[in-house]
Design a protein around this ligand. Structure first.
Ligand SMILES: [Zn+2]
Length: 82
């Protein structure tokens, strides 16, 4: 990969793959989530400045990602704000 591609919450995922999720306020660790091409990056209630998503692994065959997997990834437990 020649350079890092980052996207903001609310944008559409340009490719299926693993994205590093970076919140603008440090209330969560960086995590990795699978997004399917065409899905929308989720916003975060705790981060008024939004969330950055960085494409880490775009080489996952689309056929290996099921809708159920994507739905599970989007339902990662949300930590309560301290
Ligand atoms: Zn957040």
């Amino acid at each position: 990969m020649s350079f890092f591609k980052t996207f903001k919450s609310g944008q559409i995922a340009p490719a299926s793959g693993v994205y590093a999720v970076m919140h603008s306020t440090p209330h969560r660790r960086i995590e990795r989530v699978v997004y399917v091409k065409g899905s929308r990056f989720q916003r975060c209630r705790t981060c008024p400045l939004g969330v950055l998503y960085r494409l880490e692994e775009a080489s996952i065959p689309v056929s290996s990602i099921t809708a159920a997997d994507a739905r599970f990834a989007h339902q990662a437990p949300v930590e309560e704000a301290l």
